[in-house]
Design a protein around this ligand. Structure first.
Ligand code: VGL
Ligand code: ZN
Length: 194
């Protein structure tokens, strides 16, 4: 499917942080392999003046999602630690881009970039109607951000060549992709953008 970018479009890059990369504490296999492709998308959007939103998991050190607190995960993406930094090769433009921190308070977790953030209002303010979503993890934060965007009324394009999943259970990412598509997400790759 071919898509022509318009001024109502925005790019959302989900959680491309060190802790989610293969060397990190909560690794997404091959999570780093999508950096070059994401950089292509970022440059494409940046060069035509479209806004780019980088979400990040940004937890306090005693966050509810951590095992010591009874949660599912090892401590990860703790605020102001190296693990919470973006992948060093991810291209983050100097302007017209926004960092969206989520999961920032101890007692709430957020798999969606919309949960407890100002992402929706920033998009609305700019008249954005269509979202192009890539990043990690397909089966957690990408899925929830895509479904969150659809529920808020955006048309959402899933960047098939710019996502990677964790697959805690084998097949989780495939299932997540099916669920996003069933709910109205449209799958595209870089060659579909004209
Ligand atoms: C994520 C597990 C815990 C994600 C965040 O970004 O997909 N996964 N926190
Ligand atoms: Zn987290």
């Amino acid at each position: 499917m071919k898509v022509k970018l318009t001024k109502r479009d925005a790019l959302i890059v989900v959680d491309m942080q060190r802790d989610f990369m293969p060397q990190g504490v909560l690794p997404v296999p091959d999570g780093d392999k999508i950096v070059p492709r994401l950089n292509e998308y970022i440059k494409l959007f940046f060069e035509i003046g479209l806004p780019i939103f980088f979400t990040r998991d940004w937890h306090p050190k005693d966050h509810i999602s951590f095992k010591e607190q009874g949660g599912l995960w090892p401590p990860h993406c703790v605020q102001d630690t190296e693990g919470a930094e973006f992948h060093p090769e991810l291209f983050i433009p100097q302007d017209n881009r926004f960092i969206i921190s989520k999961g920032t308070s101890r007692d709430f977790d957020a798999y969606s970039g919309f949960q407890g953030t100002i992402l929706d209002s920033l998009l609305r303010e700019r008249g954005i109607k269509r979202l192009f979503v890539g990043g990690v993890a397909t089966d957690y934060c990408v899925k929830n951000t895509v479904l969150g965007g659809i529920n808020l009324g955006y048309q959402v394009f899933l960047l098939m060549d710019g996502i990677k999943g964790v697959d805690v259970k084998p097949g989780d990412s495939e299932k997540a992709i099916e669920e996003m598509l069933e709910n109205g997400a449209v799958s595209i790759s870089i060659q579909d953008i004209t």
